[in-house]
Design a protein around this ligand. Sequence first.
Ligand code: AMP
Length: 253
Amino acid sequence: MARVLVGVKRVIDYAVKIRVKPDKKGVVTDGVKHSMNPFDEIAVEEAVRMKEKKIASEIIAVSCGPAQSQEVIRTALAMGVDKGIHVEIPAAEYETLQPIHVSKILAKIAEKEKIDLIIVGKQAIDDDSNQTAQMTAAVLDWPQATFASHIEKGDKELTVKREVDGGMETIKCKIPAVISADLRLNEPRYATLPNIMKAKKKPIAKMTPKDLGVDISPRIEIVSVEDPPVRQPGVILPDVDALVGKLKEGGHI
Ligand code: AMP
């Protein structure tokens, strides 16, 4: 049976309208609703289903971030994860935390906890990096199966269906491995109230990047964050001739 590690990131809720900070170095996070990254809910769900099918023996959820990151660990615990690890990163340093740092942290924990399978989301919807799975596999020198939409675990290997541009690709890879969860892998469950209560008793270990020997000094600098351009209002034209006229006028045809 496999020991599974899942990455859970606390991000601004997908339904919130994002506002750029006046200094253009990031987006407003204070007083804004946050949730577990949606792809991480899918990663957690997949791990919990593996446990239900007796493929997984223990599931550990890791979140790297400030104190509030514990909220998403609690959600993961309520969904069926066994224990949590909170890698504490103060807010100021968290602003410059990058996928390479998270990957090194996940890799260290995987080694310490004798993990067989790491499942992360395909991307975090705040920074849209889509790098953590790939970099974690590289740091550990493990195979990677990214954008997974179906996973079958054999004794020593995984068969994973991946969503690629042209359709579906099926690959096999050896275990240990890193997987990233795509949207159609499963539909995550809601945590029920009894499970939320039970999750309060599950353990969350705390550690720092330093404890794990990971240097989190920034590798890139954010020069500027801008709002997307405002869409111009459309016009309703009476007929096709008017449309063709407009297109010619604008030099489009
Ligand atoms: P990214 O490469 O930043 O787009 O993130 C891909 C996935 O890596 C996310 O869906 C999470 O599963 C994991 N991940 C990224 N950042 C964190 C973090 N701060 N804490 C825990 N997991 C993370």
